[in-house]
Design a protein around this ligand. Structure first.
Ligand code: OSB
Ligand code: MG
Length: 357
């Protein structure tokens, strides 16, 4: 699917999103839908669309047939024989959560333990060609009602950019995401961000710099939020214990699925760490899962789950995800609560495979 606007981060630029749509049908004929989130190239994590296919076809799908699945949480143990590959695991686990909710006659949000009927959302704005372009996009997104603005930064496009955004919008809830573009040697440089009362800085250092993030957090006032660094419950526990962050961005794909996302959510609630739901430029099926997850109570800050039209000319669900006054209504229909738009899905589908267990 072609993005309406290319999305640029400190790692590079994306124009299209290639992904797998997974339908799981159980023996009673109940069908659930999932969407994979790894990108075509391994810049955000080591996974790609092709590694996702390899893991699913050669390892994960065969594991599903080993024994009955009574609850999606069973997959944590079942899939543990495959190291990491969290996005591949999450892609099919999400579809199984949808089947599970539908079998119980409830929404995915209820099945996950959600409590909110409406969620607050923000928007993540990629690196723009000029400050004027950035200010223009921000003004459009604020007019659409988004509750917080996240801008991507990288060396050479950071303090100056934040300075100008703050001059134009002194009070807008604002945060920055560095996607690992800095090192501890940039501490003095990053300290300058403290002057702009940012909600947080997301993932300033490398994905495996847990100790360095703790050092940086002791030096800067701006709260650090970890994204790439949190790939598991243990990562979250370690980051909190070390003081590597004050906020956590939860993405089910990055942590191996919705069951793992729930464990991290519960831990953060117990430890009083606010969480919010990140995104991977999902189409409608993945986006519906994020909406359901965000309905849980510790999702205290607006997430990156913007409306379908922020990303796509046409989404693959009906109705599309709509944002009104910065909120998305959590659907109360069965499972993910949106219908698949099969005409749209057909139009974007390159190939299909069927597996029978
Ligand atoms: O770092 O949160 C990120 C998009 C792709 C990969 C990584 C990230 C992002 C975003 C946008 O910031 C999230 C979205 O709008 O889905
Ligand atoms: Mg991020």
């Amino acid at each position: 699917m072609a993005l309406r606007h290319p999305f640029e981060t400190s790692y590079g630029k994306m124009q299209d999103k290639e992904f797998l749509v997974i339908e799981v049908v159980d023996r009673d004929g109940i069908s659930g839908w999932g969407e994979s989130v790894a990108f075509t190239a391994p810049w955000y994590t080591e996974e790609t669309v092709k590694t996702t296919e390899h893991m699913l076809y050669d390892f994960l799908i065969p594991l599903l047939g080993q024994a009955p699945i009574l609850h999606p949480d069973d997959l944590i143990e079942r899939f543990s024989v495959v190291k990491r590959n969290n996005m591949a695991k999450a892609s099919i686990e999400g579809a199984i959560w949808d089947v599970f909710a539908k079998k119980q006659g409830i929404s995915l949000a209820s099945a996950l333990g959600g409590v909110k009927q409406s969620i607050d959302v923000g928007v993540s704005i990629g690196i723009q060609k000029s400050i004027d372009d950035l200010l223009e996009v921000i003004s459009q997104k604020l007019a659409e009602g988004y509750k917080r603005i996240k801008i991507k930064i990288k060396p050479g496009y950071d303090i100056n950019v934040v300075h100008q955004v703050r001059q134009a919008y002194p009070d807008v809830p604002l945060m920055v995401d560095a996607n690992s573009a800095y090192t501890l040697e940039d501490t003095e440089h990053l300290k300058q961000l403290d002057a702009y009362h940012l909600m947080m800085i997301e993932q300033p250092l490398a994905h495996d710099d847990m100790i360095q993030h703790a050092k940086l957090q002791r030096e800067i006032k701006t709260p650090i939020c970890l994204d790439e660094s949190i790939t598991s419950f243990d990562d979250a526990r370690n980051a909190i214990a070390l003081g590597s962050c004050k906020v956590i961005n939860i993405k089910p794909g990055r942590v191996g699925g919705l069951s793992q996302a729930l464990r991290i959510h519960h831990l953060c609630k117990e430890k009083d760490i606010p969480v919010w739901c990140g995104g991977m430029l999902e189409a409608g099926i993945g986006r519906a899962q994020l909406i359901a997850l965000t309905s849980l109570e510790q999702f205290l800050l607006p997430g990156d789950t913007s409306g379908s039209s922020h990303y796509w000319e046409k989404d693959i669900i009906k109705p599309e995800v709509m944002v009104k006054d910065g909120c998305i209504q959590v659907p109360d229909g069965l499972g993910i609560g949106y219908k698949i738009d099969f005409d749209a899905l057909d139009q974007f589908t390159i190939s299909e495979n069927i597996f029978t267990l």
